[in-house]
Design a protein around this ligand. Structure first.
Ligand SMILES: *Cc1c(COP(=O)(O)O)cnc(C)c1O
Length: 225
């Protein structure tokens, strides 16, 4: 038997609290996204009943399957690679997109959306070839270039750290994302307040919180079987 989501959530909330105390942050600043990409509907419902508000999915068909059952009750985060031709299927159903990483995708979101969409720019901080996201050195210019799209709102940056144990490397990765965020904030662009940082997963969320995460994306440790 897998542990209940309720128990897992309590453990994570306690760790968030302790980490926040350590670095002088308010735990309220940190939102937990339950990544339900491998979860059944039952397990996902269990998460909602345990008090989870934010759900993250990374594939359009899986998201749509769950949306059909759960509707607008959860706040939906699309966290996976998004093909432009899939945008129209999900755009009026998701609340946040974490994977904006190219101009053509911004153009399509802008075209299909009927209201401004909260987006995170996904940055490939680690530079791993297997990872999606824009290169760090191109990120600021990319954000500047989005001014022409009234339906794109850049609320923050997102990254996936490498799948390793080395704390120093993980920390450096999160720090770089935060530095980019500060550069963007200094531009004071109305469409890009960039107040949020979507970083930290099951293995590294405590380090991410220490480095300024406001949304952590937790799959295995929260809803894993
Ligand atoms: C799967 C996934 C997660 C959650 O990963 P865990 O290690 O299971 O917590 C977070 N973010 C993205 C983009 C993912 O695809």
């Amino acid at each position: 038997m897998a542990t209940s989501v309720k128990e897992n959530l309590a453990v994570i909330q306690e760790k968030i609290k302790q980490t926040c105390e350590k670095v002088g942050r308010d735990p309220q600043e940190i939102k937990i996204i339950a990544v339900t990409k491998y979860s059944t509907i039952e397990r996902t419902k269990e998460a909602i009943e345990a008090g989870v508000i934010h759900l993250g999915e990374n594939r359009d068909h899986e998201f749509l399957n769950k949306y059909e059952v759960l509707g607008d009750k959860p706040t939906w985060h699309f966290i996976g690679t998004l093909q432009s031709r899939k945008v129209k299927n999900i755009i009026d159903k998701v609340h946040y997109i974490h994977s904006l990483d190219r101009k053509s995708l911004a153009k399509e979101i802008n075209k299909r959306a009927t209201k401004p969409i909260n987006c995170f720019v996904q940055v490939n901080v680690s530079g791993e070839e297997s990872k999606h996201g824009i290169a760090p050195e191109e990120t600021v210019e990319f954000v500047k270039s989005l001014q022409q799209y009234p339906n794109i709102r850049i609320i923050g940056l997102m990254t996936m750290a490498p799948h390793i144990e080395d704390e120093t490397i993980l920390r450096t990765c999160f720090q770089k994302l935060r530095q980019l965020q500060q550069q963007i904030q200094q531009l004071e662009l109305e469409y890009a307040p960039c107040t949020e940082l979507s970083m930290g997963m099951s293995n590294d969320y405590e380090i991410a919180i220490e480095e300024g995460a406001t949304y952590i994306r937790i799959g295995t440790a929260l809803v894993g079987e």
